[in-house]
Write a protein that binds this ligand. Structure first.
Ligand SMILES: Nc1ncnc2c1ncn2[C@@H]1O[C@H](COP(=O)(O)OP(=O)(O)OP(=O)(O)O)[C@@H](O)[C@H]1O
Ligand SMILES: [Mg+2]
Length: 237
């Protein structure tokens, strides 16, 4: 289980997250919804240990999160386009193997290449392993990014708008894949989405953020319009 508790982030004197509590169980796909600027990416960065301004607790299965427990995938896919698909997936394991970026791809150990092939097979792209990553479509590249994250062997997978650049069919495919990984591999998966309908179809639970606070947490098929309505400014009395 991923447990975020009291996550608070301020930039200067502006607070953008106000003590956010969110849990994601192993085996669960949680969608995080909310309007632009409500703090979704900041929350993910805090969860991944990438936000220096963050305060609060990040625990995985009851322990403080370690650097390899949590893998992250992004809207803008960071693959090395000139390298093969397989090399890109192997790179996901470098941190776990303590190799940093020191290893040239030609020297990736055989066992790692086999594991990376299995991760590619998991996302349905084993047959593209030896092509340059840059040759694949956006949706396929995002699935490679998922395979690379899997090769890290994380317990938690965070995805910030993983399908924003994808067409509707590719979006369905990637979301179905994330749900399957949660359910079959018992990962805790948290995905920021901008389409409530995608969340309704694929997520097990939805959390809604508004102005840095959790304002709903529950069934994926609930009405989430409140997240996107303009703020009512109360007149001073
Ligand atoms: N490094 C930073 N310095 C100052 N302000 C920041 C920084 N990062 C984010 N913010 C501010 O924090 C607030 C939340 O930003 P965040 O990127 O988390 O929103 P978001 O919900 O991911 O929005 P979007 O849907 O547009 O991606 C915004 O007002 C943003 O301007
Ligand atoms: Mg964002």
């Amino acid at each position: 289980m991923l447990a975020l508790s009291g996550i608070t982030v301020s930039y200067g004197d502006r607070r953008v997250l106000h003590g956010v509590d969110v849990t994601v169980a192993r085996g669960e796909l949680l969608a995080v919804l909310g309007a632009n600027g409500c703090g979704k990416s900041t929350l993910l960065r805090a969860a991944a240990g990438l936000e220096p301004a963050a305060r609060g607790g990040v625990r995985v299965d009851g322990e403080p999160a370690g650097p390899l427990d949590i893998a992250m995938i992004f809207q803008h896919i960071h693959l090395v386009r000139r390298r093969s698909v397989l090399d890109n997936v192997c790179a996901g394991a470098l941190g776990r193997l303590g190799l940093g970026q020191s290893l040239v791809p030609a020297l990736f150990p055989k066992a790692l290449r086999e594991e990376a092939m299995a991760c590619l097979d998991r996302v349905g792209l084993a047959d593209r392993a030896h092509e340059r990553a840059g040759r694949l479509s956006g949706g396929q590249q995002q699935r490679v990014a998922v395979a690379r994250a899997l090769c890290q062997r994380p317990r938690v997978l965070l995805a910030d708008e993983p399908v924003s650049a994808l067409d509707p069919a590719a979006s369905e495919h990637v979301l179905a894949l994330l749900a399957e990984l949660a359910h079959d591999e018992r990962l805790a998966v948290l995905a920021v989405l901008h389409q409530p309908s995608l969340a309704a179809r694929h997520a097990d639970r939805v959390v809604g953020l508004r102005e840095g606070r959790v304002v709903l947490d529950g069934q994926p098929r609930q009405n989430v319009d409140v997240l996107y309505q303009p703020t009512v400014v109360k007149a001073a009395s």
